[in-house]
Design a protein around this ligand. Sequence first.
Ligand code: SF4
Ligand code: SF4
Length: 457
Amino acid sequence: MEGLLEGQQTGKRKWMYPLIRKGTYYKWRSIISYFYLIFFFSGPFIRIGGQPLLLLNVIDRKFILLGQVFWPQDIFLFVLATLVFIVCVVLFTIAFGRIFCGWICPQTIFMEMVFRKIEIWIEGDVKQRKKLDAQPWDREKVLKKGAKAFVFLFISFLISNTFLSYIIGSDSLLKIITEPVSTHIVGFISIWVFTIVFYTVYSHIREQVCTLFCPYGRLQGVMIDKHTLVVAYDDVRGEPRGKLDRKHEHDGERGDCVDCGLCVDVCPTGIDIRKGTQLECINCTACIDVCNDVMEKIHKEHNLIGFFSENMIHKKEKPSFTPRMMGYTAVISILIGVLCFFIFSRSEMDLTVMRSGGLLYQEQPGGFISNLYNAEVINKTNKNKEIIIKPEDPDIKLKYIQAPTKMGSGADMKMVFFINVPAAKIHTGQMKVRLQLISDNKVIQTVKASFVGPIND
Ligand code: SF4
Ligand code: SF4
């Protein structure tokens, strides 16, 4: 906060040089981040039943989750799933504050667990980095800064490619990479635009994404309350703080905080958690680790900084499952129930039939009246399918202009056909014809198509 305030006061940003101290939480964050990174980079290449694990193709409005294909017709499922996700995040925030930011958010994982480590590897520890930034552009600075920029750009390029393959699919990405640029100009430009964006974020914008731009961080203030477990400083135990000295060591006048300032030094957003919960805190737990280290050295209990609610510190209450949390849990349970119902009752294929506009009916030999139709079938399964479309009424005939062929998994297919209805069946000039979509000798779906003909009295 001091850094931020200083920045706000001077109008100049204070560059962060957070100290890295490897405590228990840091080790757990590292383990989670390794899993996360493996999953992120391998995700586009994992196939389930021939389909990607995850595809968010907003361009073609095709979404795949765990190998299940979702088409525009299923968009409400996606809206519902998004709603479930948002309510889960709200509940999680009410219960545990902004812990998502420090432990799961890709911005923090890439910044602290990838780019920061590379920076330290190339430029050295905090002291060395500060010295390097302050010195003139000599050979050492050019070499180190150049090497860092190159590695950052390379990793940003990898992230950009992976990110894009979650949108267009790894096969399409491979085509962009292997085929001439002129045939994939939009894809090529997209890769480089994303690369520059990621590079700028991780090399320059950094923690400002969390402290200035992220809307979730701003909203946190309205979600957390006195029961929320957040990274907090136990001021009852810690104050009055003061440097460790022999005079005060045993007199009981001082709190446990020895005012070493290390909790500020390790903070990636530059705040002093001892000033209370702040919007800029991403709950990364770096200050807990370093303070526990200090407490060990001065033979005091851990968790002067820890996961506490305000009521735990000031009213000595135990963590509780509040009515507010119960309410959100109930909403989530209902939403998940509804989502599961729709997912499991979802048909494996989807047929839409439309009568060709602007065309009247035609009289056919044998006393039949015909209408022309355009139809589309979507195969939502992971298998190849052969289909036929058949009128439910055996007296009604269907004649293909564009017949169905074998459908690949996740494919959609268009058909054109005439429906011939015996004139004697048409009484009011309009009727509905029921059509069955049949695959593997099973009626998958029945739809109604409007049919027009002469008015027979
Ligand atoms: S690290 Fe702990 S002891 Fe040191 S200043 Fe921060 S709260 Fe006080
Ligand atoms: S105050 Fe602590 S938990 Fe919050 S961002 Fe800073 S180091 Fe991380």
